[in-house]
Design a protein around this ligand. Structure first.
Ligand SMILES: C/C(=C\COP(=O)(O)O)CCC[C@H](C)CCC[C@H](C)CCCC(C)C
Ligand SMILES: Nc1ccn([C@@H]2O[C@H](COP(=O)(O)OP(=O)(O)O)[C@@H](O)[C@H]2O)c(=O)n1
Length: 294
């Protein structure tokens, strides 16, 4: 399948999925775990590749057209993903209001899906250095939304119902706010070229989110040093955090953004998952409360 989009007769583009791929003429970032020399073979997904256009225009005009195209593409992507974020929260608000899903489960599913969908959407943006700033607009707008409603400057029952534990607006200023701030940091600092951001978000969204869902339901055996956490929750965090991290790294490898030595990568991701799981299991709330009371 290919989508023919013509902006003007001499600038007709033949789009296909390769638009999502990282162009192989861009230099490898030094942040890859272990860069491999040979670029990946062109994938079979010839659906959105941007074919070279033949135009009699001057290099300056071509550069202006390319810049305009990138701005248009990144703006459209940011708007679409922002709409997706609103739709996701609204969908879980709908399910929660009709008691089709528990509020705690709704919150965790929003926790899991928001960040993972956001990360999956990154290849939609252009390959310009400014693309990440357009992507960051999505969590930034949600950050403002959380602050405004967390301070009760405005009311959004749907947002509060789908992402808080007890339906209190001020809850928006804790976990959910920290969550979107981490999304902004990972998109700004690591973006698509570094496995660090991909693994961090996979652990925060997939691992931590699943730990809550499994732990609440099957967490009968508590962890000796933290009676609020369970072996079931922590083991599920390790397993799903590892699997989702590897899955996301594979996704970015197939699209050409990461070239990894998979033997080393699996070992490193397993170690990161273990450390993240141990840290998540610690009684940090109690430790911080004790420090605050001293
Ligand atoms: C409920 C959330 C975090 C709770 O953290 P914790 O208390 O369990 O530690 C997540 C809050 C999500 C936020 C309201 C919406 C974020 C949307 C995201 C920036 C973009 C998603 C885009 C995608 C296409 C849906
Ligand atoms: N390792 C874990 C993590 C969570 N859980 C369960 O999930 C609930 C919420 O976990 P949490 O306090 O980490 O929740 P959030 O701070 O992530 O929202 C806990 O009270 C446990 O019932 C668990 O059993 N084991």
């Amino acid at each position: 399948m290919s989508l023919l989009v013509s902006t003007r007769p001499s600038l007709s583009f033949r789009l296909n999925f390769n638009l999502l791929r990282r162009p192989t003429n861009l230099p490898l970032s030094s942040a890859s775990l272990t860069p491999k020399p040979p670029p990946l073979p062109t994938p079979p997904l010839h659906i959105l590749r941007r074919a070279p256009y033949s135009s009699p225009c001057t290099p300056r005009a071509a550069s202006t057209a390319a810049t305009a195209y990138s701005i248009l593409r990144d703006s459209g992507a940011a708007a679409a993903i922002l709409a997706g974020a609103y739709a996701l929260v609204s969908a879980f608000d709908f399910l929660t209001r009709r008691n089709l899903i528990e509020q705690s489960l709704s919150r965790k599913l929003v926790h899991i899906l928001s960040g993972l969908f956001f990360m999956v959407s990154w290849p939609i943006f252009s390959t310009t250095t400014e693309a990440r700033y357009f992507a960051c607009l999505v969590p930034l707008v949600n950050c403002l939304r959380l602050v405004i409603h967390g301070l009760s400057l405005a009311s959004d029952e749907g947002l509060i119902k789908s992402v808080t534990r007890e339906g209190k607006p001020e809850e928006l200023l804790r976990g959910p706010l920290y969550y979107v701030l981490i999304l902004i940091l990972c998109a700004l600092i690591f973006w698509r070229e570094s496995p660090v951001g991909v693994i961090s978000l996979a652990m925060m969204c997939g691992g931590d989110g699943i730990a809550d869902i499994i732990g609440r339901r099957f967490g009968f055996l508590k962890i000796p040093y933290n009676q609020q956490k369970s072996w079931a929750g922590s083991i599920s965090m390790f397993i799903f955090g590892f699997l989702i991290s590897i899955g996301m790294l594979q996704y970015y490898s197939v699209l050409g953004y990461l070239h990894l030595d998979w033997v080393q990568t699996v070992q490193k991701v397993a170690l990161v998952s273990l450390v993240a799981t141990v840290v998540e299991s610690l009684p940090t709330t109690e430790i911080l409360r004790t420090l605050a009371s001293e």
